[in-house]
Design a protein around this ligand. Structure first.
Ligand SMILES: [Zn+2]
Length: 196
């Protein structure tokens, strides 16, 4: 085999091999990997609907169905930057450096400046101020600077679930995807199942 032919064989082999190594959903490889703030995995009763204008109508987070008094967990490790009342509603904000997550209505069990590990309990869910009253639900937000993000991205959902289900399959080849799958829904259960 000539040197040129050998080089061609190597190039072809690389082209075949590389996608296998790098396959996986883009979102879960660039977003931090967090946990649901409610356990077991809650039903999403209202989706993220970012406003077109800073004070426009929309939904600046997602609503997760829960029970009054249920423990609320930090989605990511961070530091508490707010724990108190906003317009009579209990709010906890956890900073993760470039972004922060918000939880309401919550009776805070933490204080400002307190470091939290991922999944640490930060308070308990309240009924008053619920976005889905008379049911209890957690309004969960994720913010980068002044920009509201879809917090479901932290648990491997968000934009990914708009793709056909077969696009999830390569996730098994990536450690992050495999971890999410082991930790998440039972095999064969589509993410975001439910009527909402
Ligand atoms: Zn809400």
């Amino acid at each position: 085999m000539s040197a040129r032919a050998r080089a061609l064989v190597v190039a072809v082999a690389l082209c075949v091999a590389l996608p296998l190594v790098t396959a996986g959903p883009a979102a879960s490889e660039t977003d931090p990997v967090g946990v649901w703030p409610l356990r077991p995995e809650p039903q999403v009763v209202r989706d993220f609907d970012p406003p077109a204008l800073p004070y426009g109508a929309g939904h600046r987070g997602v609503d997760l169905l829960g029970q009054p008094g249920q423990p609320v967990h930090a989605a990511l490790a961070g530091t508490v930057t707010y724990a108190g009342l906003v317009a009579g509603r209990g709010v906890v904000v956890v900073s993760h450096g470039a972004t922060r997550t918000t939880y309401e209505p919550v009776a805070a069990a933490v204080t400002v400046g307190q470091p939290l590990g991922r999944g640490a309990v930060l308070g308990s869910l309240e009924l008053a101020g619920s976005h889905c009253f008379p049911r209890a639900c957690l309004h969960w937000g994720w913010i980068a600077g002044d920009t509201y993000l879809d917090p479901l991205r932290l648990v491997g959902l968000g934009p990914v679930r708009l793709l056909p289900l077969w696009r999830d399959e390569p996730a098994v080849t990536s450690p992050v995807g495999l971890w999410l799958r082991l930790w998440g829904a039972p095999a064969g259960t589509p993410f975001a199942a439910g009527p909402w």
